[in-house]
Design a protein around this ligand. Structure first.
Ligand code: G16
Length: 539
């Protein structure tokens, strides 16, 4: 029976860079999830007769949220739900299944790289029929709905068994439980040279993939161990857990520290990679070698000819403004366009849909292509494996050759975490007001050539977005400031710094960028306003 339940709004449920992201304790409040889902359905004009893809990264509360969403979808007249077996679907797999089935939308229950468990985070990513995250205009509409919601609809029924593949009915709605991996594996086989990668593994090439106890474990076992023949046990932390076994599933030098220690130790395998909670982020490591995500995007672009799906040519490339400019130099050499967009994968989607770009990436360990409309962790790892198989070079050789060809862009991100929201907003507002006064002045021996907010006009829909503040120096160095849109604890100020060197490749990035960090802290008065004398996290 369909029940209409009265509810009252919370103080608005705002979506961040990629959907809604909250502490589990917040989401556990009465009707919190129901309010958001009904508001979403209302904001998009209802879901009657529509088909959605549903899944998640298996984190705490997903099982309960999935059942609520299924029952609400049925009560709202949805025609069909395609659900990953046991409710599991990585974000990239979900985007692919959505596109392949011409579905109307998708919901991925994940707070991405944020920690899980009862004291961790929960989130929902909403994708439109384009396969990518909805535009800000749509998320604003959902936000408005959450402020005035008075009731939601739900079917009163038993929980649905999601453990068996196949089709079942719930009222008038069809539910198809699918293998979450099969379609995705098939797509990867269409893109990469699986035979060449198989031969690489047969030759004794050693490899570790850290799934961080999150969604990609079963995908990685099926793809790397079973389909490509990597040694059994190459995939570590392979069983998805509701609290990720206590790990913070963010594949970077800080949170994947066991993997990093392995790669910097005496028994390092030839290659290692990690993915995040929902499988869209990746980290690439060689023996005693870390590839920065900005370099990774540039290197993949420079080597596109080795990949069967791209060998006939690529459209342009794109990066977020906060990402280093390394890929722009490659684009110039290849004679293709390089777009700079605001942070958030959704900003790449129009460029992909209009065939302006093939590859895109972000400093936050996200790389991808137009094969789907999300970043794709396993795709990036396969891309690297394919280049290694084709060239016979190691990760560090490939990267060093790249630096020799284009120069090295030293790059780091410095995070100042858990800042009071008002302090952070005031800091950014005042910094923006002061930007023009920096121009022409010299700080720490470096002259500022220009300083301005980053403003983007989408070439397809004409929409304008302002996100981040940029300061450029005469020697090619650059500082970017922005506030995170995915944190759940106060505000996180991110300071992104790069410096370009044509010939000097071997300095430690932390040493190289120290003086620029001092300048960045001075210009934004970080210590005076936040009391912090150094960043909380450097990646
Ligand atoms: C999300 C978006 C990414 C974006 C990132 C930025 O990542 O999907 O496109 O780069 O947020 O995070 P922040 O605003 O904290 O800098 P994910 O992996 O959380 O979905």
């Amino acid at each position: 029976m369909i029940k209409t339940v009265s509810t009252s709004p919370y103080n608005g449920q705002k979506m961040g860079t990629a959907g809604i992201r909250q502490k589990v304790q917040t989401v556990l409040q009465k009707n919190y999830l129901e309010n958001f889902i009904q508001s979403l359905f209302n904001a998009i004009g209802g879901v009657k007769g529509q088909t959605f893809v549903l899944g998640g990264d298996g984190r705490y509360y997903n099982d309960i949220a999935l059942q609520k969403i299924i029952k609400m979808a049925a009560a709202n007249g949805m025609k069909k739900l395609i659900i990953g077996q046991n409710g599991m679907l990585s974000t990239p797999a979900s985007s692919h299944i959505l596109l392949k089935n011409h579905a109307d939308g998708g919901l991925t229950l994940s707070a991405s790289h944020n920690p899980g468990g009862i004291n961790g985070d929960f989130g929902i990513k909403y994708a439109t029929k384009t396969g990518g995250q909805c535009s800000s205009a749509v998320s604003d509409k959902i936000f408005e709905e959450t402020k005035r919601i008075t009731s939601y609809k739900i079917l009163e029924t038993d929980d649905i068994d999601l453990s068996k593949k196949g089709v079942q009915k719930l009222g008038d709605m069809e539910i198809e439980v699918i293998d979450p991996i099969e379609d995705y594996l098939e797509l990867m086989q269409q893109i990469f040279d699986f035979d060449a990668i198989k031969k690489l593994f047969q030759s004794g090439f050693s490899f570790v993939f850290d799934a961080m106890n999150a969604v990609t474990g079963p995908y990685a076992i099926k793809i790397f161990e079973e389909a490509l023949g990597a040694k059994k046990g190459s995939v570590i932390n392979a069983v998805p857990m509701p609290d990720f076994g206590g790990l913070h599933p963010d594949p970077n030098l800080v949170y994947a520290k066991d993997l990093v220690s392995l790669m910097y130790g005496d028994h390092a395998p030839d290659f290692a990679a990690a993915n995040d909670g929902d499988g869209d982020r990746n980290m690439i490591l060689g023996k005693k070698f870390f590839v920065s995500p900005s370099d990774s995007l540039a290197i993949l672009t420079d080597n596109y000819r080795y990949i069967p799906a791209y060998k006939n040519g690529i459209y342009g490339v794109a990066k977020s403004a906060a990402t280093s400019t390394a890929v722009c130099r490659v684009a110039k050499a290849l004679g293709v366009d390089c777009y700079e967009v605001p942070t958030g994968w959704k900003n790449f989607c129009n460029l992909m849909d209009s065939k302006r770009i093939t590859f895109c990436g972000e400093e936050s360990f996200g790389t991808g292509s137009s094969h789907i409309r999300e970043k794709d962790g396993i795709w990036a790892v396969l891309f690297w494996l394919n280049i290694i198989a084709a060239t016979g070079k190691s990760v560090s050789q490939i990267t060093r050759d790249f630096w020799k060809k284009y120069g090295r862009t030293y790059y780091l991100r410095f995070d100042f975490e858990a800042i009071d929201l008002k302090v952070a907003d005031d800091l950014m507002a005042d910094l923006e007001n002061n930007l023009s006064s920096f121009e022409g002045k010299t700080y720490g021996g470096r002259k500022v050539t220009s300083a301005h907010p980053f403003v983007y006009q989408d070439p397809v829909d004409g929409s304008q977005t302002k996100n981040g503040l940029l300061v450029y120096f005469e020697d090619g160095a650059r500082i970017c400031y922005r506030l995170s849109g995915t944190g759940t604890n106060g505000a996180t100020l991110r300071v992104y710094i790069e410096a370009y060197e044509k010939e000097n490749f071997d300095e430690n990035p932390k040493d190289k960028l120290r003086s620029l960090l001092d300048i960045a802290m001075t210009l934004a008065q970080i210590e005076k306003r936040t009391g912090k004398t150094k960043p909380d996290l450097t990646t």
